[in-house]
Design a protein around this ligand. Structure first.
Ligand code: PBG
Length: 324
């Protein structure tokens, strides 16, 4: 498999995100993007986070950039009448997510790092992360074909990293090959390598309207009863297949796994402080007491070995200067 270590060195912003030792420069702010104009809908289960149309998103990200947040992760939220069984819309170049990426890259160029979520679940009418076969099971390899199309469409729009969050077997290798074949040799892949089937994604699924309408995600996301060997195997496999960043998700209940993986891999490690963890903290602390709790948690991520931290708290860290 072709390894391109230059991908993580490609722009100054990528280098700062991955290699700077400060917690602040490791932070990535997630966003939910909807079709339309002038839409800014707060997500009830995630105080402070909203679904935004491209015009509003650009303003939000401009102000984040002014605060110093240079890395942004985008999730497409798709109207139910635009969804189908095969997530066709997700790989369309004129989709609102791709439009947002193009506009942000036009505006900020190499100053911004854009990571886009690559999965089928927000675009399928059944809410599953893949193509369903006649036995109601996810067909791994057919799903990978769609994931590659989505990744290429995001790369074409200008994403710095495509972030595969689906947990199909072998998708990193296929996405890497697809990027190579299409000439996207500086587009990175952030793999959700160790993604557990977790209760902590609940608020995200409200935000992205991506709950499965039957069954669950246990046939592809990892069983939280599995031990370190499984986590290490998944990470090493993705490293071998050509991932540029390896992610562990969720964060707070899995810090031991982050450390074990970090000690075994040779690629940067990311941690995802997910929606349920965010809501838990937002609901348990008030404005004044929250800051210290956020800083404490962020330090635990760094201690565990995370080079990159995806967190809905990022904006507050910068806006209130929590880390100085
Ligand atoms: C898409 C995806 C999910 C999250 C990130 N990408 C949801 C899921 O797997 O159901 C969760 C993020 C969060 O909870 O903040 N597959």
């Amino acid at each position: 498999m072709k390894v391109r270590p230059r991908i993580n060195r490609w722009t100054i912003s990528r280098r700062n995100l991955i290699f700077d030792s400060s917690i602040k420069s490791s932070l990535v702010q997630p966003h939910f993007v909807v079709k339309g104009e002038n839409i800014d809908q707060e997500i009830k289960t995630m105080p402070g986070i909203s679904r935004q149309s491209v015009d509003v998103l650009i303003k939000t990200i401009s102000s984040d950039m002014d605060l110093g947040i240079k890395s942004h992760m985008l999730f497409a939220v798709i109207d139910s009448h635009d969804k189908d069984a095969n997530a066709t819309i997700a790989s369309m170049d004129d989709m609102h997510l791709q439009e947002a990426v193009r506009k942000l890259k036009d505006e900020f160029g190499d100053e911004i790092v854009i990571l886009t979520d690559v999965c089928l679940c927000t675009a399928t009418n059944h809410g599953h992360c893949g193509i369903i076969d006649h036995n109601h099971r996810i067909d791994n390899d057919l799903t990978i074909e769609e994931l590659c199309k989505i990744a290429i469409s995001h790369a074409k729009a200008g994403a710095d990293y495509v972030s595969a969050s689906d947990m199909m077997d072998g998708r990193i290798k296929s996405i890497r090959n697809a990027l190579e074949e299409n000439g996207y040799t500086s587009t990175g892949i952030m793999s959700y390598s160790v993604k557990y089937a977790s209760s902590f994604y609940g608020p995200f699924r409200d935000a992205a309207d991506s709950s499965p309408d039957f069954g669950d995600r246990n046939s592809h996301q990892m069983d939280f009863r599995s031990g370190y060997e499984e986590a290490i195997m998944e990470s090493l496999e993705d490293q071998k297949e050509g991932a540029d960043i390896l992610m562990i998700k969720p964060a707070i209940a899995y810090l031991d796994v982050v450390r074990k993986v970090k000690d075994r891999v040779h690629r940067p490690v990311a941690i995802y402080n997910v929606s349920g963890e965010y809501s838990m903290l937002m609901n348990s602390f008030n404005e004044d007491s929250r800051g210290n709790a956020i800083v404490e948690i962020l330090n635990s991520f760094r201690r565990a070995g995370a080079d990159i931290i995806v967190s809905y708290h990022s904006r507050e860290v910068f806006a209130k200067n929590l880390l100085g």
